[in-house]
Design a binder for this molecule. Structure first.
Ligand code: PHE
Length: 336
């Protein structure tokens, strides 16, 4: 081939490519346009590249430059097609093959979702919702709950005091007393709410966190009711295959006191283990009396759980702080 022919062919190819892309509707999908362009140019471009070597040495420089110009102008034509496509309006611009851009509508927090789900399970078991204040008196938070006057929980370094006698409640158990004072048995309530402790913020503790209290008071209520109800809750919440167990535990306001553990895999490679998810027990007669009820006539049981820990045991999360980080990538996995 001689140089003038080479230059003419390169120019012709550039012209043909531009003409092809100019002819295409802007609604044509980019991958379709590229396909047609490749069909038109690939062989001719390869031939021109191969021809470079057959030219006399003196002509190669000019031909090589023309070859590069050709490639650039094909790319430019394709770019301008893509621009024209984006600039198109309405239906012209629609590309059915693009993945959709979902709208993020926000969602309830996973701990809120867990609370709602637990409340729903207990609602089916006959429980209603009760609420109490977050700023409590020492009497409701400790005294009425049978804490001895020198109990360490009442120390300044464990509890956030607001004044002489008021404090940020350290648990939702004071709602037990307030409920028994206001309503006559039979009582079956669930009391969700924020509680506060002077705890360090670590993998398993937060200084402010949600608790969910349960209380059942009636004539003839026994430990069997407690165990059966909580086991039924666990069956519905975790599924029938998840194992739970009860063990003895101590809280001044219950006697006997117990804890319920659930077997979980926290996703940290350590496999299944027992995790305590709630404290419970038969309401101490002193508490029933403090609330103004006759402990000879009425008995009952109570439990308290931390929904964030429940969420950890449900979803295999091993650091409670992830629930407070507000990282949408974490939170949106629980969105419903
Ligand atoms: N109030 C207890 C706590 O905060 C939990 C609990 C509630 C235990 C009711 C027994 C009965 O740890």
């Amino acid at each position: 081939m001689i140089l003038s022919d080479y230059l003419a062919q390169a120019e012709a190819l550039a012209r043909d490519c531009r003409a092809l892309l100019d002819r295409l509707e802007s609604a044509t999908r980019l991958d379709v346009a590229k396909g047609q362009l490749n069909a038109l140019k690939d062989d001719r471009l390869a031939a021109l590249q191969a021809a470079l070597r057959t030219l006399p040495a003196d002509d190669r420089r000019a031909a090589g430059a023309a070859f590069n110009t050709l490639k650039t102008s094909i790319q430019e034509a394709l770019d301008s097609f893509a621009t024209r496509q984006v600039a198109g309006t309405g239906a012209e611009r629609f590309d059915g093959t693009m993945p959709g851009r979902g709208t993020w509508r926000g969602s309830l927090h996973p701990v809120t979702l867990v609370i709602d789900e637990i409340c729903e399970i207990f609602r089916e078991l006959g429980f209603t919702i009760a609420l109490g204040p977050e700023a409590e008196t020492e009497w409701y938070n400790f005294g009425a709950l049978n804490f001895p006057a020198d109990h360490p929980a009442m120390e300044l370094h464990d509890t956030l005091y607001l004044g002489e006698d008021t404090l940020l409640r350290t648990h939702t158990s004071p709602v037990q007393v307030r409920t028994m004072q206001r309503f006559a048995p039979p009582i079956r309530v669930l009391a969700p709410g924020q509680v506060y402790r002077r705890d360090f913020f670590d993998a398993t503790h937060a200084p402010a966190f949600m608790q969910l209290e349960g209380l059942a008071i009636d004539e003839g209520v026994s430990f069997v009711d407690l165990k059966a109800t909580l086991a039924e809750f666990a069956r519905r919440f975790y599924g029938a295959t998840r194992r739970v167990r009860f063990g003895p535990s101590y809280f001044p306001f219950v006697e006997p006191g117990a804890q319920m553990d659930v077997e979980v895999d926290l996703g940290d490679g350590k496999g299944l283990r027992w995790v305590e998810i709630l404290g419970c027990g038969m309401v101490h007669p002193n508490v029933i009396e403090a609330a103004g009820l006759d402990s000879e006539q009425y008995t009952g049981w109570a439990f308290g759980m931390g929904p964030a820990r429940i969420a950890m045991s449900r979803y295999g999360v091993n650091d409670i702080r992830t629930f407070y980080d507000s990282d949408v990538r974490f939170l949106e996995q629980f969105a419903r």
